[in-house]
Each structure stands twice: as C-alpha cells, then as structure tokens.
Design a protein. Structure first.
Length: 243
C-alpha cells in the first residue's frame, strides 16, 4: 500500500507512514488503525501508548529557532565568564579596559553565532519545505519525540556539510552549527525525571525539561488540551508547571 500524502510504500501491518507520519487510516478507507481514537489526531494502541503526528510549521512557529539561539548564547556566555575569570585572577594593568575589550569581542562573536544560527535554520527549513514532521509516543512512563526518517536524513546531510566546511575554514561557529543540527532522531523523557514543563497553547508547544535534557511536545489545537492534561497528571509532584 502507498501513502496518499508522500507516495511511500507502507507495510500492511503499519499504523503510520514511516516517512511522513500520516496515519494509515487516512490512506485507505478499508484499513483501520489498531487502537481507539481519543482525540482528533491521537490514537491509543493495544500497547497502551498514545501516538500522533505533528507537522511543525518552521517559518510560522519560532520555538525551535529560539531554542537554538538560547543554546548558542549560553555556550558563548559560559566561555565569556571563564575568560573574564582568568583575566581577573591573572591581574594586569588596566583590568577594566581589558574586561571591556573582552566583552566587545564576545558580543560580536555572539551576534555572529546568532546570525549563523538563523541562516542555518532558514536553510534547514527550506530543505524540509518549511515543515518539521515528528511523531510522538506517550504513555504512563514518559513521552518520545521522533523525527520522521526522510527529514532526519536531510538533517544529517546538512550537518555534515556545515561541519566539514566549518572545520576546513577553521570556523568554530559553523562546526558548532553542524553539531547542533545533526542532533538525534529520537528523544525520550521520563515523567519521574522531569523538573519543569512550560505550556504554550498559542504555539502548540509543551516544553518538557529534565536536568540534562530538554524535550518539546507539539499537538494540534484539537489535541492540545488532552496532551497537556495527560502530562500534568503524570509528571512527578516536585515538577514545576508553567502555563
């Protein structure tokens, strides 16, 4: 059977298209998804897991771009603090002037990194047609965010190009961007380990943050309240909830 949306061949025992994530039930009137429909786009399977797909509009929703900006800015700020500490402890004449010079250099570097991040994001968005297609699986233990295989392959290719070009030119920024885009195809979060969640219904986004891992869950308007309520009920009692 072929997916009506992207044309990929779908195994007869599949519930979703492995390329674009479209439910099998949307591809054939005779084929039904195993499990029950709990909201407009969410199904619960026999294994007790809720599954749905979401097409993130990369040019309309800036959530991922802002996340990239925060990572880049924080990384550079940590290096800046370290350099300032080394300068202070190795005190020389005109310390304030030296710190001011260091600050100006790092402000310029951060601006350049953010610019490079925006360009990389725009290229990646263009390659994917402005859409980031992701599948979610959620149960009593946690939630898993999985990028569709076709887009993940494109992301890997772009990451390699940026990393190789950056290394060849001695451009640390480009190398860093390549590593950021390369990322992981799948990211899982355990409810017991979640420190806080940030719910933004306007952007269809729920940020699920662990100590060393930050996950983002997306859901359509018709499914958002169901997903948000499920997450709020299953995170540990010490988890902070921001709405």
């Amino acid at each position: 059977m072929k997916c009506k949306k992207c044309g990929a061949v779908i195994p007869n025992d599949s519930n979703f298209c492995g390329i674009c994530g479209t439910p099998v039930g949307n591809n054939s009137e005779e084929t039904k998804i195993e499990g029950n429909k709990v909201s407009e786009n969410i199904y619960i399977g026999k294994d007790g897991k809720y599954r749905w797909c979401y097409e993130y509009k990369m040019f309309r929703n800036p959530t991922i771009l802002f996340t990239v900006f925060r990572v880049l800015a924080l990384s550079m700020f940590i290096v800046y603090i370290f350099v300032c500490c080394v300068t202070i402890f190795g005190y020389h004449h005109d310390l304030l002037a030296q710190l001011w010079d260091i600050t100006k250099v790092f402000v310029a570097l951060i601006a350049f990194m953010l610019f490079l991040g925006a360009i990389s994001y725009a290229i990646y968005s263009w390659i994917n047609g402005g859409v980031y297609c992701v599948m979610f699986e959620m149960d009593e233990e946690g939630v898993t965010h999985t990028q569709m295989p076709k887009q993940f392959t494109k992301a890997q290719g772009l990451a390699k190009i940026l990393t190789i070009v950056g290394a060849a030119k001695g451009n640390i920024g480009a190398v860093g961007q390549g590593m950021l885009i390369k990322g992981h195809q799948s990211l899982s979060s355990s409810w017991n380990s979640v420190k806080n969640i940030k719910i933004n219904k306007n952007l269809n986004t729920i940020k699920v943050n662990e100590l060393l891992s930050k996950n983002q869950v997306y859901a359509e308007d018709a499914d958002f309240d169901f997903v948000a309520d499920f997450i709020k009920k299953h995170v540990n009692k010490k988890c902070k909830i921001y709405e």
